[in-house]
Design a protein around this ligand. Structure first.
Ligand SMILES: [Zn+2]
Length: 236
């Protein structure tokens, strides 16, 4: 895809990275589209994934689809996040430092049957959505086309948004880890941070984030990251 063919909002989010869309969680449940908690999507509900550390079933946390990521980015796929709910975590399910997690890419599908690896036992969940485009300061204040003397200036760059968001620059990820992702041909898609807080559903709590974020990166193809090849990891 040529740069000129990319929709203006996707350019700002994933190419120029001057803007992001804050993620939010809505208490209203829905069975399709981007969502949090509840029974896992039918496409992945047949088999539990196991934690590589403790062997416990990974809990289904959330699914992001094209309604949040952009249909051109999602490419008719969905990305679901799973995190360990077992013994390597301590008393509460949490997406945080040192806690096992994984991302599974699958066909978009509605919630399947209830499993024993969902954090709300009855299967009720929440909706995930994203707000409108919001300016997001870039990590590097010196942009192409800026006067050359700016490159040597100790520029007081404001940090990128560190809350949960889609697009823009990653919030906490700096230095070699960020450079390594780009070198692998991956682009930042979204992050889940502690502003989403402790999500309670059916009297069970799942803590999203700590002092850092969970990052989702996708293979860059035609200037945009996509769900064709996805990696997820946390940095706290
Ligand atoms: Zn575990």
């Amino acid at each position: 895809m040529s740069l000129t063919a990319i929709a203006p909002d996707l350019r700002l989010l994933f190419v120029e990275r001057t803007h992001s869309r804050p993620l939010l969680v809505d208490p209203g449940d829905r069975a399709t589209g981007s969502r949090v908690g509840g029974a896992p999507p039918q496409a992945i509900s047949a088999d539990a994934r196991r934690c590589a550390r403790c062997g416990a079933a990974l809990l289904y946390v959330l699914t992001l689809e094209g309604d949040v990521l952009g249909e051109v980015v999602a490419r008719a796929r969905a990305a679901s996040l799973l995190a360990c709910g077992g013994g390597c975590l301590g008393p509460d399910p949490v997406l945080g430092e040192g806690h096992a997690s994984m991302v599974v890419v699958h066909s978009p599908s509605a919630r399947g049957a209830a499993t024993d690896w969902q954090w709300a036992p009855g299967g009720r969940g929440l909706s995930a959505g994203a707000l409108e485009l919001d300016p997001d300061p870039a990590l590097d204040a010196v942009q192409p086309g800026d006067p050359p003397e700016w490159a040597s200036r100790a520029w007081p760059a404001p940090p990128p948004r560190r809350g949960s968001k889609v697009g823009g620059p990653p919030g906490f990820l700096r230095g070699p880890p960020a450079i390594a992702k780009e070198a692998e041909g991956l682009g930042f898609l979204c992050q889940i941070a502690d502003d989403l807080g402790a999500i309670e559903c059916e009297a069970r709590t799942f803590l999203l984030g700590g002092d850092g974020a969970f990052y989702l990166h996708g293979r860059v193809d035609g200037a945009l990251p996509s769900l064709d090849d996805v990696g997820g990891f946390s940095q706290f």
